[in-house]
Design a binder for this molecule. Sequence first.
Ligand SMILES: Cc1ncc(COP(=O)(O)O)c(C=O)c1O
Length: 431
Amino acid sequence: MQTMREIVPTPPSVIRNDVASVQNLFQKHVVPSYGRFDIVLSHGLGSYVHDVTGKRYLDLGAGIAVNALGHAHPAITEALIEQSRRLVHISNFYYHESQGRLAQRLVQLIGPGKVFFGNSGVEANEGLFKLARKFGHDEGRFEIITTINSFHGRTLAGIAATGQEKVRKGFEPLVPGFRQVPYNDLEAMREAISPATIAIMVEGIQGEGGVTPAPPEYLLGLRRLCNEHKLLLFMDEVQAGHFRTGRFQSYQRILEGISGAEDFLPDAVSMAKSLGGGFPMGAFWVRAPYADLLGSGTHGTTYGGSPLGCTVALKVLEVIDKEKLADNARKVGTLLKEGLQCLQRKYPSIIRNVRGLGLMIGLELAPDIANLPGDATRTQAVRFANLLHAAGVLTIPAGAQILRLLPPLNLSEDDAKQGLKIIEQVASGLV
Ligand SMILES: Cc1ncc(COP(=O)(O)O)c(C=O)c1O
C-alpha cells in the first residue's frame, strides 16, 4: 500500500516565477471571456493557496464556493486515485453503484424524489427548465418566472433566466419563456403569474447578485402561490447549498424553526459547485410526483454521474458528516460575520453592510471610498480585492460594490481570525 506522501508528494513552495509567461499564454491562446486578477496559482493545501512567486493566500473564495474541503484534501485525492484505478467513466447506457448511492444520499438529505446528474450548475438548471416545459407542455404552459439580480448560469436559457442585464447584453434574442420580478417581493411574483406560467425559480440566497438571503415568509409564500396556481417551485442552490449555511440547502437553514415550514419542500433543487468538492459536477433533485416526468430518451449528458465524480461526491459528503462541517460552517460563519460587522462599525466609511448565512457572507463596501487605490475604471470591489490579494487573502467580487466570502467548510477559527485581521489591516489603511 502506497502512502499519501508517495502518491502526492508535497509540491515545492516556489515552482517558477513565471507570471508573465503564463499570462502571455492566456493572452495568445485563451478566449478572453473572463476578467482575471494578476495572480498565477500553483498549488494549495487546506484553506491556503500559493502562487508561482511563492506568495501564500488565505483562500476565502474557495473557487466560488467549490472547494468545500479546501485544497488537496487527502480524502478527495485518495478517492480520485483509488476510483481512477477501477473506472473513471462509463456511459449512462450502464449502471454503476456510486451513482445510485449518491442519488440515494441526496434524496435522504432533501426529501422523497429522484436525482439527475450533469456537470455544472447551469446544466442542472437547464434540466429543470426542460422539466418545466415537459410538465406544462400539453396545457401550453411554458413560462418560468425568476427574479431580478438572480444568477442561473451562462447558457442561452441560463442568461434568459438570469435577472442581470450585463450577462445578456449582446446575446439577444433571448430564449423565450422567462420573466423577472423583484426578489423577495411576493406581490410582484403573484402579479406576474399568467396563464402561461409553469414554474418559479429562485435562489435561497442570491449569490452573484450580492449575497441577499430570502426571508422565510417569502419562501413559504412562494410555496403557497405555486400550490394555488399548479406551478413548480425550483430552488437554485448551486452556490448557497451543500451545507454552506449550516444545513444541506439554504432554504432548510432559512426555514429552520419557523412554524408552518416543517413540511416545506420545493419541487426541484439544482446543485453543483461544492457537490464534487472541485470535481466538476452538477445535479438536480426532483420531488416524487414529478420524478419520472423526464422519461427514457428525453434528457441526458455523456459525462453525467460518472463513477469518478460520484465517488468523489460521496466522499465529500462523508467528510462533511464525519468532521461535522455543517456545524463548523455555522460556528466559523458566525465568527466571521460578527467580526466583519465589528469592522463595519469601526470603519463605516469603508464597509457599508455585512450579510449572509454561515460561510456565505457578503461584504458591501461604502460608496466612493476616498483613498481606494487602483485603476479608477475598475469597480471598487475589484480594487478592494486587489488590496486584499496584496495582503494575502482571496475573496470573490459580486457586482461593483460587494465582496463574497465563500471559504472552505472546514475553515478553522484561527484562519478565520487571521482573515479578519488582514481585512482590518486593509480597511484601516484606507481611512
Ligand atoms: C446560483 C447559481 N446558479 C447557477 C450557476 C451556474 O453554475 P455553473 O457556473 O457551474 O454553470 C451559478 C454560478 O455561479 C450560481 O451561483
